[in-house]
Design a protein. Sequence first.
Length: 225
Amino acid sequence: MPAPGREPILHTLWTYVVDHRTQLLTDSYLHVSAVVQSVLIATVASVLIGIAVHRSPWGSALATALASIILTVPSFALLGLLIPVLGLGVRPTVTALVLYALLPILRNTIVGLAAVDPAVSDAARGVGMGRVRVLSGIELPLAWPAILAGMRISTQMIMGILAMAAYAKGPGLGNIIFSGLARLGSPTAVPMALSGTVLIIILALLLDAVLALIGRLTTPRGIRD
């Protein structure tokens, strides 16, 4: 037998979702779009930095330390620092998400490239492959599973952080959550906050499944887990 009060809450939540499905779908799309764009930008930056520093223990340690420092800054504080420079909306939101997404991808890029057997790279150069071809054709494909693992971690992490971007008028489901919390005591407060939260969880799981599928399709069979 269901617990007292559970059915009314579920009914109210379902009614709210049905009545506001267009807004929820729009905000869900904007949420996923901001996360995907931020992860792609962070991946490009992290891979380039990783390529530049992975052969230097000092450079790798410095790059990782700088990326780690960013994660110690609370999201509200970072957004507050970015708003005077970038204004409100998408720009400070995406900038903050990119900064938060850097560490897992950068660290995994460095680890993945460092784990490539030097004998493999030497053999490739021995048959006439240049540095760029060795990097793009040998080292990066071998490091790709590690890079993708970092992307999956960053994606899950910034899915939740993006909800805080409503503070900076950012896109996504955080606006619904904050609106619900601001209306505590009204009949729609809990459904608003709960629908936004549940949708973020569902979207995070779906994005992770997509990245896992991409990894399976793009990872060479010989190095696939």
